[in-house]
Design a protein around this ligand. Structure first.
Ligand code: ATP
Length: 616
């Protein structure tokens, strides 16, 4: 049988002037500003509604970072004003160290310009894009330049500049620059105007509230289009700024190693010891022996293949983890609790700061907290608060590793409902602090799924879940026993009355029985044969400090235990005894009289006391 012929691909006849030539004419470099102008969604400016939150977030993050670096307690002003139906002016002013006038145009008028990108330490900002992206968004939507005022000290002048970005070159354009008088001695103020909407008002307030929870040392005064509010500080301690560290041998990649080696004049041994954190004499020897390289060879002489061998040796060496305490600034369990207490009224809060851990050579610490009850909605899924380097993550909850870990925990084991996410009156806070938080994109909305980080989050949540289970069980048990006791107490007076009637005896005083069953404090007044007795019995399980008040027509100064305060008011005496009663202790005082008057006790929960006047 004849074989079928394979079809021959058709080669179109190309003209002398090819498409490649045409394309070559069109090819040119793209400035980063042009790129982000087209791809603003990558930076969190995907809609006018979101634009306002991203701008506020970038400006407040910068203000907090700057204050932290200067060691001052942040006092931040945020103003949002409607200029036209859909044009808003955002004003953010801080009391940070200020920005030197020569740098102001670059900070606000050039993307990828900043002080933190090359430093290995925890900070909110990292990329040097944030605030210049907001300036770009403003000029794109309203054509309005950004106004900046900044001053770096009482002996330095304040400068006011109008800035915009030359998109084609990603270079700043200064439209005006003048020295002015400003009542602040140091700080920065920016005014940005862009097309937006305030439909995300609730989310904006939520962002400010969350920021205040994880930055309990900061105060933010807000003027939100006529509505004023203050998020006050819960701590007067400024944050100790984290210190930058050198790269860790397990966290470096070939390109970075090549750059570092090319820039040094040192021998391999000195290069390793001085260029990297946690590398001492012993570790340097181990690395060089594994790589089979001499100590005294110049690091800059290594060829790319040799650099690969050195890198493999560095990564296999037994190097202690990076010094996390130095370069990270976790919030701490006490401050997380204080922050949550300040912003939410809860029945229960528990927080955990996990020990430092490492992923790809980057140190990180996971902190988590659970809050339960109080004014939280009993129905629906838990409120999730995600943070990275003390910044609330407000978008892309579903794409975040934190959410994945929360859904991955079996909350039913801890007595909590679950429909994917846990349900009930529950707040879950998770904070990831790292020198390099692995975000899923430049808009820094979601933490990427890194197994080491996910493991730490899960362990923290499981630990907190166990504690919450104990709290809920204890609370349910005490509720049940209180309900049972209340049911019994409600029938005791009837039983006593029936028994007294049957035996033809006076109805007995049942308050001590009620006090014992309900674990209460019982205060009782009774007059027999011209002697007034006041008796206070502590049936609770702990000591109490209380004040006993009496308004009486009898003179309480004649009591065997005289009051600390007596005043005559017309026919009546007002008297106060101050008492400390241990659990199960009974206190009694007596004085001559008719028993006309009343008693009361204060200093104890209303539900925990029984006051009986047997003279009535
Ligand atoms: N209010 C401020 N006070 C002092 N310095 C500031 C202030 N705002 C910005 N800066 C400086 O300007 C730099 C650039 O800020 P920008 O917001 O563009 O980036 P970033 O905060 O470093 O990083 P990211 O893009 O991740 O937010 C900062 O690194 C900081 O040095």
């Amino acid at each position: 049988m004849a074989r079928k012929k394979e079809p021959v691909p058709v080669q179109a006849e190309l003209p002398a002037e090819t498409l490649a030539d045409e394309l070559a004419r069109q090819q040119r470099s793209i400035s980063v500003a042009e790129f982000f102008e087209k791809n603003k969604h990558l930076l969190g400016f995907d809609s006018p509604v979101r634009g306002i939150i991203t701008t506020v977030k970038e400006a407040i993050d910068n203000a907090l970072d700057a204050c932290e670096e200067a060691g001052v307690l942040p006092d931040i002003y945020l103003g949002i004003f409607r200029m036209q139906e859909d044009v808003f002016k955002v004003v953010v002013e801080d009391n940070g160290p200020g920005i030197v006038p020569e740098n102001i145009p670059f900070v606000f008028g050039k993307l990828l310009y900043g002080s933190r990108f090359h430093q290995i330490r925890q900070s909110r900002g990292q990329q040097g894009i944030g605030i210049s992206a907001a300036v770009l968004y403003a000029q794109l939507t309203t054509g309005t330049p950004t106004l900046v005022i900044s001053r770096c000290g009482a002996d330095r002048g304040a400068f006011r500049m109008l800035i915009q970005i030359k998109t084609e070159t990603n270079e700043p354009e200064i439209l005006s620059r003048e020295e002015i008088t400003w009542d602040r001695t140091h700080g920065t103020r920016i005014e940005i105007e862009f097309r937006s909407s305030l439909t995300a008002r609730k989310r904006l307030i939520e962002y400010l509230r969350y920021t205040s929870v994880v930055n309990p040392h900061c105060r933010i005064r807000v003027d939100l289009d006529g509505e004023t509010m203050t998020f006050d500080r819960a701590s007067e301690e400024p944050i100790v700024p984290p210190k930058a560290i050198k790269p860790h041998p397990h966290g470096v990649e070939l390109g970075e190693l090549k750059r570092m080696a090319a820039a040094t004049n040192e021998t391999l041994r000195t290069f390793l010891i001085e260029g990297f954190t946690r590398v001492g004499e012993k570790t340097a020897t181990e690395i060089l022996n594994t790589a089979g390289m001499p100590d005294d060879r110049k690091a800059s002489s290594l060829k790319i293949k040799e650099l690969g061998t050195l890198l493999a040796a560095m990564q296999s060496a037994n190097v202690p983890p990076p010094p996390a305490q130095q370069c990270l600034s976790p919030i701490g369990e006490d401050l997380i609790r204080q922050g949550l207490e300040k912003e939410f009224q809860l029945d229960y809060i528990s927080a955990r700061t996990r020990p430092a851990a490492v992923y790809h050579g980057h140190p990180f610490i996971v902190e988590a907290a659970l809050g339960w009850g109080g004014k939280l909605e009993a129905e629906g899924t838990a409120r999730i608060m995600r943070f990275a380097n003390r910044v609330p993550l407000m978008y892309q909850q579903g794409a975040c590793a934190v959410t994945g870990c929360i859904s991955g925990v079996n909350w039913k084991t801890y007595g909590i409902g679950q429909q994917g996410l846990p349900t009930g009156p529950l707040i879950i806070l998770v904070h990831v602090a790292s020198t390099n938080v692995p975000f899923t994109s430049e808009s820094k909305d979601a933490v990427a799924s890194i197994p080491e980080i996910e493991r730490e989050i899960t362990l923290a949540l499981q630990d907190l879940g166990r504690d919450l289970k104990t709290f809920i069980q204890r609370r349910d048990r005490s509720r049940q026993s209180e309900e049972r006791a209340r049911a019994i107490c409600s029938i005791i007076p009837d039983i006593a009355a029936k028994v007294a009637e049957t035996l033809d005896l006076p109805v007995p005083d049942t308050s001590p029985i009620e006090g014992q069953i309900m674990r209460r404090l019982v205060a009782k007044k009774r007059t027999t044969d011209g002697i007034v007795s006041i008796l206070v019995s502590n049936y609770t399980s702990h000591a109490v400090d209380i004040s006993l008040y009496a308004i009486t027509q009898d003179d309480p100064q004649k009591a065997d235990k005289p009051p600390v305060f007596v005043e005559k008011m017309g026919d009546d005496y007002s008297a106060v005894w101050q008492l400390r009663l241990a659990a199960s202790e009974t206190w009694i005082t007596e004085f001559p009289g008719t028993g006309r008057g009343s008693i009361d006790i204060r200093g104890i929960d209303e539900k925990k006391k029984v006051v009986v006047d047997l003279d009535r």
